[in-house]
Design a protein around this ligand. Sequence first.
Ligand SMILES: [Zn+2]
Ligand SMILES: [Zn+2]
Length: 328
Amino acid sequence: MSADVRDFGRGIARIRLPLPFPGLQWTNAYVIRSDGETTLIDTGVDSAESWEALETGLGALGLHVSDLTRVVGTHLHPDHMGMAHRVVSASGAEFVMHESVPGSLAEYNDWSIARRRTATLAAEHGVPDDARERIGAISPRPDWAGTGIEPTGLVADGDRIDVGGGRHVTAIHTPGHEGAHICLVDSTTGALFSGDHILPRITPVVMHHPDGDRLGTYLDSLRRIERMDIGLTYPAHVTVLQRGSLRARQIALHHERRLGAMLQELRQGPTTAWEVVGAIFRPHLGTLEQRLALSETIAHLEYLRLRDEVERTMEGGVWYYRLPEQRW
Ligand SMILES: [Zn+2]
Ligand SMILES: [Zn+2]
């Protein structure tokens, strides 16, 4: 296998790790080398192909897995964390993630928890029986998700992670796409490692979660990056971004437009989240896309409800969203 490696200079390189599902082609893992220490940001999925790409990529940089000093995970998703257990055990590297990760590992390792929650959501938000069975079906957890392991080092917002020779990356807690998400600012270049918080061309998925207002949290996290006036940004998928803060603004605008489209839809009268999915998203979605579309739509409708822009009432076990009386 030929390595898909790019050396950006100033101690930063990217290794592309292949993904086994449609849509995204690879996870961008980044290597920071400083004064004999080697830091790997994200590890890709747990697969033979991903492992081979990592070994080959490190080899092209004159490194071996055993040279890794530390692994930093941007967030608790399998395309970032899947192979961490293997990389950490093979290298003995320290493993750093956000301090909230230990509380979420049980759910990472047992997909039936989230799937049962999705089945309940589907029932309460008007998904018809046939689609509901598919959306809520508990399928075997794929091997590529890997086993989530406890980090050996935990960071909070603003904490510095020393990467060697006086260089450090600063953790910026950016929840929304996932609750434990961190971006990292490099002290030497000022560049941002944005994980899945900010991506070029595509907008990261923001799913409803019972822990609260995921879209509001995500928009707050986008505003934070926007205010930091970030330029060069290394995202975990697709390609390098030159203007990270501008991209944060564009993604926020995408969600504002979507919120506007949903409010428009509710002008028809009481509407279920599933009906909003049918109106907003393209037809003929696959099961995974339906699951994501339903969850994203609920996150948007709940965002509006928590700000008193819409109300909801339950009838026959199903939530109907509507505009408040004065807006009819
Ligand atoms: Zn993710
Ligand atoms: Zn990802």
